[in-house]
Design a protein around this ligand. Structure first.
Ligand code: ATP
Length: 354
């Protein structure tokens, strides 16, 4: 049966700092790929967001942008926020968390893959030896406390860790589905030896596991998970965990494969999905043309996979293969990974292979 042609509406939010630099390259990659996709097109609609937008109009995430995100087929986001641009009360802006909460983007996918032995601080690992995904719950957990007010008179502050059945079931299900596409192993990372909320999460993980009899499961306390990620990362396939542990372990995991510039991510909900690199705006190198665009380009590939059209699925694989081929040569790196290429040069090499 012929596949229907389709124009995907993509809301593009370059944001601040290197978000702008790497988004430009990801769009170039998608534009280079499009002519070879049969019947598939992309309509990119770009909006200003983040600290830069706040300085212009007083709101880092204007309502018309949120509406555009809700209506689009997918959202491509660079990075938002600058250390010196804060709310009047001094708090840092976290518009990416606002986006997650507004659209219930509960499933944070953070694939981690080693492309060359030179990129990892671990000895004896080569391309492909490290290949796992962290599935981070992104709408509840300890982050639920972020808007609570503390009473300075009380001389104590208590942050609530919120774990719900609905939130836990859906994130565990997402993780098991991810495992079904991979090596069929799913590890819950928790702190069930100490926290009742984690005992509850573990009980739900075990219940959901019964729906996926082909997936092998185990549990790890978060402290042990940190140790084993460094000692034997090759043993992991899918790790599912709460908001805060996922936040921390994602950065540790990125450090195993070359740093933040190599770590793509997706924040996925039932009706909306945002694709962005795991890194922030890196103001120290913004505008210098040396930001590593690989995480952003791989995030664009995740978007194509998620759009779930036969042409975008094969387009995603082509981008991933092109990235893999380019990175087989350790000289093809930006300075964060001990190379000399610019942001544009590395994207050009990927584009040449498409
Ligand atoms: P956030 O608070 O949102 O995590 P941040 O600026 O504190 O943002 P990142 O931007 O994620 O943290 O990165 C920290 C440092 O890592 C940067 O200052 C930069 O030196 C380096 N870095 C991050 N991403 C990249 C990249 N894509 N290319 C090169 N270097 C990067």
């Amino acid at each position: 049966m012929p596949v229907a042609s389709k124009t995907f509406q993509v809301t593009v939010l370059p944001g601040d700092g290197i978000g702008v630099d790497v988004t430009r390259e990801a769009i170039r990659v998608l534009e280079a790929l499009t002519p070879s996709l049969d019947g598939v097109n992309f309509a990119f609609q770009e909006y200003s967001v983040g600290a830069t937008e706040f300085l212009k109009n007083g709101n880092p995430l204007p309502e018309d942008v949120l509406i555009a995100c809700g209506e689009a087929d997918a959202v491509l986001l660079g990075a938002m926020g600058l250390p010196d641009v804060r709310w009047p009360d001094g708090k840092e802006m976290t518009p990416q968390i606002d986006l997650r909460e507004r659209f219930e983007l509960y499933c944070g996918l953070r694939p981690i893959r080693l492309y060359h032995g030179n990129d990892t601080p671990l000895k004896g690992y080569k391309a492909g030896d490290i290949d796992f995904v962290i599935v981070r719950e992104s709408t509840e957990g300890l982050f639920s406390a972020r808007l609570s007010q503390s009473d300075p008179a009380k001389e104590e502050v208590c942050d609530l860790m919120r774990i719900t059945r609905t939130g836990s079931e859906r994130i565990c299900r997402s993780a098991f589905k991810e495992a079904e596409k991979r090596r069929r192993k799913c590890t819950l990372v928790d702190k069930a030896n100490v926290l009742p909320s984690m005992v509850y999460l573990r009980s739900i993980f075990d219940q959901v596991a019964e729906e996926f009899p082909d997936v092998k499961t185990d549990h790890l306390y978060v402290d042990a998970a940190a140790l084993f990620l460094v000692q034997r990362p090759e043993t992991f396939d899918v790790l599912v965990t709460g908001n805060m542990f996922g936040d921390i372990l994602s950065d540790l995991a990125a450090g195993l494969v070359g740093g933040m510039g190599m770590a793509p991510s997706a924040d996925i909900g039932d009706n909306c999905a945002v694709f962005q690199p795991s890194h922030g705006t890196a103001p120290d190198i913004a505008g210098k043309g040396i930001a590593n665009p690989v995480a952003m380009i791989l995030s664009a590939a995740l978007m194509l996979e998620w759009l779930d059209h036969p042409e975008t699925t094969s387009g995603a694989a082509r981008i991933q293969n092109a990235v893999q081929t380019v990175l087989e040569d350790p000289a093809n790196r930006t300075p964060d990974c001990k190379g000399n290429l610019t942001t544009t040069e590395i994207a050009d090499k990927i584009i040449q292979l498409l």
